[in-house]
Design a protein around this ligand. Structure first.
Ligand SMILES: Nc1ncnc2c1ncn2[C@@H]1O[C@H](COP(=O)(O)OP(=O)(O)OP(=O)(O)O)[C@@H](O)[C@H]1O
Ligand SMILES: [Mg+2]
Length: 255
């Protein structure tokens, strides 16, 4: 059964059509990676689901309830926002709060959970991302990888049905990428449903059940990693992948 059903999602910036009537179904526990050229609407798709952008049209159904993504109704917006959490490229932690308070914030403020209970839940999630020894550190005293792990704990503490991740490792120094990728792998293994944008193709191969290739605001390929990487049928996908391979081989040549 589908956990999420996105229908007719369209978004323009001025005359620039960024998402063109996108439909997408996601099953519970699926890890769906969105790949595609720069500027093709990957971030916009995630942002529309979390109401960070307002599309021209579109709806999303979670379980049995359908939400209009263009709604102006505050109550409906609040309810919809509780179905998803976003992990951003730039971590977006509260700078004036330590790691523990960052994870507790949504629990106490949004979910109105009593402080002691929120603290317990936050400690559990922080433990899972291996950050228990940094509870009282402020973001500026954490590495990028550590900040991102706290951001992942913060998102998971709110138990979203769908976790949205937009290039969660691309702002990190190369030596910090792995710790975050391992954390995401663990989160995926635990059965969380994830919609992830990333340029890390090897990671995509090892973590995603399904890959979507987005180009010019349309899903032009949708398949398993094997189908997408080993047997691409779409010409534009083939070109995209061969460009990546060309870059990889150029790197190898220089080394
Ligand atoms: N707030 C905005 N105002 C105007 N145009 C925007 C805005 N946000 C995005 N765009 C445009 O929408 C298009 C899609 O942008 P988006 O950020 O979704 O692409 P992307 O696929 O995530 O690219 P990248 O791989 O570089 O992150 C681009 O042409 C971009 O310039
Ligand atoms: Mg983007």
């Amino acid at each position: 059964m589908n956990l999420v059903e996105i229908r007719g999602l369209s978004k323009k910036f001025g005359n620039n059509v960024v998402l063109d009537n996108v439909d997408l179904d996601i099953k519970k526990g699926e890890v769906v990676a969105i790949i595609g050229p720069s500027g093709t609407g990957k971030s916009t798709l995630l942002r529309c689901l979390n109401l960070l952008e307002k599309p021209e049209a579109g709806s999303v159904k979670f379980n049995d309830k359908t939400f209009n993504l263009t709604t102006k109704n505050k109550k409906e917006k609040l309810e919809l926002r509780q179905h998803t959490e976003m992990v951003f490229q730039q971590f977006n932690l509260f700078k004036n709060k330590d790691a523990l308070s960052n994870v507790m914030e949504g629990l106490t403020v949004v979910k109105k959970i009593p402080k002691e209970e929120a603290r317990k839940k936050a400690l559990e999630e922080i433990e899972k991302v291996g950050m228990s020894d940094r509870l009282y550190h402020y973001p500026k005293h954490l590495s990028g990888g550590q900040q991102q792990r706290v951001a992942i704990a913060r998102a998971l503490a709110l138990e979203p049905e769908l976790l949205l991740m937009d290039e969660p490792t691309s702002a990190l120094d190369p030596e910090l990428v792995n710790e975050v990728l391992l954390t995401i792998k663990r989160v995926a293994k635990e059965g969380n449903t994830i919609l992830l944008v990333t340029h890390e193709m090897n990671f995509v191969k090892s973590v995603a059940n399904r890959i979507i290739f987005l180009e010019n605001g349309k899903i032009v390929a949708d398949g398993t990693p094997k189908e997408i990487f080993e047997n691409p049928t779409n010409e534009r996908l083939k070109t995209f992948l061969s460009n990546i391979n060309m870059l990889e081989s150029a790197d190898n040549y220089i080394i």
